[in-house]
Design a protein around this ligand. Structure first.
Ligand code: HEM
Length: 668
């Protein structure tokens, strides 16, 4: 795609902001990165890491890990800056600052790609306890990759990074920048769910580390991008900085809470000062406290100074100090990731080893309803969904606007169903028993979406969020509108696409062997839950959603979608009930749960659940749809009556005139 050369010369907005240049960012990153790598290696040497002989094997993985993490956060942060911190041009093309950030994203992703690729043989060598040179021949490496989740995770990360390296070079439009940003976030996931996270309580450990790493990437990478490209935004600098400042606060809180949860899983409080692992954790708490204090100064002084038209000098100076501390903390983190946690906990039993926690007995109704174990990822998502909705309703009420209570109830009930499916006893037993897994699947894909789309969240957001104004830089309201009207949303809400995704994924997941491959992985359960929820929302949004969809379907077509899906659901339930092989047998048998000795019966029960609980919500949808249809007819009739009153039955007169004309034409 050709690039307008004027982009290189002018700032985003005509009135440039008097901010100092950010050219020092590359030396700062090089010095900080080297320091982080040396610190990590030195800490490991002090801790007496006995894993591998030789310098390369002993320190190579850690140095490469630090490099990969720095590449990752710089990529994500630069894309964040281009997508959401620096406003694009009116035409939708990136402005100068966004374009510069994309260049940086491409370079950072190249670094991320190379270090992720190099991490593959290191991960393989570490897993079998041999020097890295012994796994370098292609056949051995391929065999090991096939066996080792960590090596696979790095390979996946490398694939994501290479796409970003190329994509960030060619993308110039705002919409594609957002797509690349979301795609880059995928690269954070594999590292978070492997390594130390795969030991005891691995569900909580993986989820908290995932939140920790996402927050680190947005915060550290976002700050570097603001320092590097902020001045190019010209008079938009205060806006970019104030947006980042709000995000930084959320990231700080997320890092603190997720870091503490993660640490407590691995090291008991009384071992904090007596073990290498504990001391490193204390080091990180100190770093986060320092960063919190500097962040406070930034909010109180630099951001205010910028808003008042100041030079921004303080922001850039304090920012540089923050980046150095953050990079040093990355060194600490990498050393922490390679230091064995103290061996003070009892060996986990087979169930705990495989699903992360113990089950206290068969799933009685009381246990399913009241034996909660919070899913950190969905707990955070549901909390945020409910809180934003209630804030939106309050904002409307505060300015005297009405919002139907039924919609609020429906939305909150949808959030509650998600929480039940992921964090109550249902969520606890779902990874261990096929029947309960199927129950949560139905809750997430059939019940929660129906309730959520009846809440009308997009309509609420569009009414509650302030518009940017004619020439103002686009904000959350405009981003939401762009997402709803995007070609991706249009394609996904096409009735055929939505229907195929909705019913097709049942068959693909359970009859293709995919479920067998995924059932053992915690991340796969999170991914499955996300998939069920999203395809459910995609299906029900055009059918009964309160929000207008990119394609407005007539009521008859909506009814057709529901009827078309009914037999597929029923048939799927029947297939499960009549199957003679057990899906995910190896995994379920490995758990050895005494109350599911007969796995085929449990699977048949799952089939029955899929049939019964799947059809019920569809019947509810049919009723809701018919009510909506009749209300739409009534509204149309009322509109016609009003028009008739206003123009003195104009339509009727025109119709009579036409009949008269026809009659005159028939007369000889
Ligand atoms: C309250 C403060 C913090 C605590 C308690 C904490 C705790 C932890 C723990 C327990 C891990 C998992 C290590 C393992 O796999 O064994 C971790 C990983 C990590 N933390 Fe923190 N952390 C804190 C603050 C920070 C800060 C301020 C940063 C960076 C700015 C950071 C960056 C990271 C990174 C990048 C990882 C991944 C390490 C890797 O797997 O290579 N953390 N943290």
């Amino acid at each position: 795609m050709p690039v307008d050369s004027s982009l290189e010369k002018t700032a985003d907005s005509a009135r440039p902001h008097r901010a100092p240049a950010g050219q020092g960012i590359v030396p700062l990153l090089v010095v900080g990165g080297l320091f982080a790598a040396v610190l990590a290696a030195a800490l490991l040497a002090l801790a007496g890491d006995p894993v591998d002989p030789g310098v390369v094997n002993a320190y190579g993985p850690t140095v490469i890990r630090v490099t990969a993490e720095i590449g990752c956060v710089l990529t994500v942060g630069s894309l964040l800056f281009a997508a959401f911190l620096a406003p694009p041009q009116q035409s939708g093309t990136l402005a100068v600052s966004g374009y510069a950030a994309m260049r940086m994203a491409s370079w950072a992703a190249a670094l991320w790609f190379v270090s992720a690729l190099v991490s593959v043989p290191f991960a393989a060598a570490a897993a079998i306890g041999r020097p890295v040179t012994s796994v370098l021949d292609t056949r051995t490496l391929i065999n090991l990759i096939d066996l080792l989740p960590e090596a696979k995770a790095w390979l996946f990360t490398a694939a994501v990074a290479v796409v970003i390296t190329v994509g960030a070079r060619i993308v110039l439009s705002w919409g594609w920048t957002v797509v690349l940003f979301l795609f880059a976030m995928l690269g954070v996931i594999p590292v978070a769910v492997t390594g130390h996270s795969s030991n005891r309580q691995h569900d909580l450990a993986s989820n908290s580390l995932l939140l920790h790493l996402i927050a680190a990437a947005l915060w550290v990478g976002g700050l570097v991008a603001v320092l590097a490209h902020g001045k190019r935004t010209g008079s938009h600098l205060p806006l970019a900085v104030s947006r980042f400042s709000k995000l930084a606060l959320v990231c700080w809180l997320t890092m603190a809470s997720s870091g503490v949860i993660n640490a407590l899983i691995r090291v008991p409080l009384d071992s904090l000062f007596t073990t290498s692992y504990g001391v490193l954790v204390i080091g990180k708490v100190c770093a986060l406290t320092m960063l919190g204090l500097i962040g406070y100064l930034q909010r109180e002084r630099s951001v205010r100074d910028l808003r008042a038209g100041g030079s921004g000098n303080l922001l850039f100076r304090l920012g540089a100090l923050e980046v150095l501390i953050m990079l040093a903390t990355f060194g600490l983190a990498a050393a922490l990731a390679r230091t064995p946690p103290p061996a003070v906990f009892a060996e986990p039993d087979p169930v705990e080893l495989r699903i992360g926690y113990v089950l206290s007995g068969p799933p009685t109704l009381a246990r399913l309803l009241f034996d909660w174990r919070v899913d950190l990822v969905y707990g955070v998502i549901v909390g945020a969904l409910a809180a934003f909705y209630v804030l939106g309703v309050r904002r409307l009420r505060a300015r005297g606007d009405k919002w139907p209570i039924g919609r609020t109830v429906s939305w909150l009930a949808g959030c509650f169903v998600i929480l039940m499916a992921t964090s109550s006893g249902f969520g606890r037993y779902a990874p261990a028993m096929f029947s309960i897994h199927m129950e949560t699947h139905m809750m997430l894909s059939m019940l929660a979406p129906v309730l959520l789309v009846l809440g009308g969240p997009v309509t609420l957001a569009l009414r509650a969020l302030p518009p940017a104004g004619k020439d103002g830089p686009p904000g959350p309201r405009e981003w939401l509108l762009a997402a709803v009207h995007s070609p991706v949303a249009r394609a996904l809400t096409h009735p055929v696409v939505a229907l195929v995704l909705f019913v097709g994924s049942f068959y693909v997941l359970y009859t293709s062997g995919l479920f067998d491959a995924a059932v053992e992985e915690h991340w796969a359960h999170v991914a499955m839950n996300t998939h069920f929820l999203l395809v459910g929302c995609l299906f029900y949004w055009p059918v009964i959603g309160v929000d207008p969809t990119p394609r407005q379907l007539p009521h008859l077509a909506r009814l057709g979608m529901v009827f078309a899906s009914l037999p597929f659901h029923a048939f799927f339930g029947v297939i499960l009930m009549s199957m003679q092989t057990v899906i995910g047998e190896q995994f379920y048998r490995g758990l050895g749960l005494p109350w599911t000795a007969d796995l085929l019966s449990d699977q048949r029960l799952g089939g029955g659940i899929a049939w019964a609980t799947g059809e019920l919500p569809l019947l509810l949808v049919l009723v809701a749809l018919l009510i909506q249809w009749s209300r739409a007819d009534e509204r149309e009739a009322r509109r016609t009556d009003r028009r008739a009153d206003a123009d003195g039955d104009g339509d009727l007169k025109a119709y009579n005139a036409m009949l008269r004309q026809l009659a005159d034409g028939d007369r000889p």
